[in-house]
Design a protein around this ligand. Structure first.
Ligand code: UTP
Length: 293
């Protein structure tokens, strides 16, 4: 079996109800942080981690995502005529190459677990990454690259991105039960979806980056609906870890929950301040605004 992580799955079939009306006709994943859509951050992160094939699980109303990752001849022509070479270069350099992208539709948004299962035929019998574009991570080394490097050191296995959260927030996340823990990589002995703080096994939450072995597809195939009447990825992962090595990686970086309004605004602030071109000017504006509060 191929052991290198070459493929990434991007589940983008959700409805994004927390962002209505913005997401009525536009996919949530096309919301921009500064000047780049969330889904492009995700694809760039995957490419920088060495991913060669990009599999999107889309849904109704998501064709804009396909257009975004395609050539736009008219626009390119206008940019050439106007001498906007730098803009044109930026636009084309981030396009995945032809043949390296696949789109499949999740006909009904039955949950993240179901969305991942929809990618089964495209992934085949090899380990793969899953990236949730609404979990945006600001880091020096792309989070997925950190995970792939950690997996290489471990010699394979399933690995999830893990993050300490305040104890009172455990009911918002999938929470892991830690086994052997070297402070960076932690063995996962169990996973619980959104536990109440009183029963949470730790405050280590799983966030939207996963490297999984293809056996997960068999479990997803028979996975019953769980919380929210959706087919949950966490439920299938809990079964998978009964007989497979499973790890969490405390990645270096800051994660923003861009599926939520406050998290999305926070990401815009942090990413704008971190930019070489606009960071300094924007900092002045932030200062002025905060003085008026
Ligand atoms: P969310 O839980 O954020 O759901 O999904 P959502 O529908 O996108 O947004 P809200 O809660 O209505 O505002 C987490 C991730 O799983 C994907 C989403 O696109 C998002 O990346 N997802 C979710 C699917 O691809 N299909 C589904 O059926 C559900």
């Amino acid at each position: 079996m191929q052991n290198k992580v070459r493929k990434a799955v991007f589940p983008v079939g959700g409805l994004g109800t927390r962002f209505l009306p913005a997401t009525k006709a536009m996919p949530k994943e096309m919301l921009p942080v500064v000047d780049k859509p969330l889904i492009q951050y995700a694809v760039d992160e995957a490419r920088e981690a060495g991913i060669e094939e990009f599999i999107f699980v889309t849904g109704r109303g998501k064709v804009l995502i396909e257009d975004h990752f395609d050539r736009s001849y008219e626009l390119e022509q206008v940019l050439i005529e106007r001498g906007k070479d730098a803009v044109l270069e930026k636009l084309t350099e981030s396009l995945p190459s032809t043949g390296a992208v696949a789109y499949t539709r999740q006909r009904e948004p039955l949950g993240l677990g179901h969305a991942v299962w929809c990618a089964k035929r495209f992934v085949g019998d090899e380990p793969f990454a899953v990236i949730l574009a609404d979990d945006l991570i600001l880091s020096d080394t792309p989070a997925l690259k950190q995970m792939i490097d950690a997996r290489d050191n471990l010699g394979g296995g399933n690995i999830l991105a893990a993050m300490e959260v305040p104890k009172e927030q455990t009911s918002r996340y999938g929470i892991l039960s830690p086994g052997y823990d070297d402070g960076k990589t932690v063995e996962i002995t169990n996973l619980v979806e959104k536990p109440d703080p009183s029963v949470a096994p730790s405050n280590l939450a799983v966030i939207g980056r996963y490297i999984l072995e293809p056996t997960v597809f068999d479990l997803l195939e028979n996975q019953a609906r769980g919380a929210g009447n959706e087919i949950q990825l966490t439920d299938a992962l809990s079964k998978l870890l009964e007989n497979r090595p499973f790890y969490g990686l405390r990645f270096d970086g800051t994660r923003f929950d861009c599926g939520d309004k406050i998290g999305f605004l926070h990401a815009n602030l942090a990413f704008a301040l971190a930019r070489d071109d606009i960071g300094a000017d924007f900092k002045e504006i932030v200062k002025q605004v905060s003085e008026t509060l």
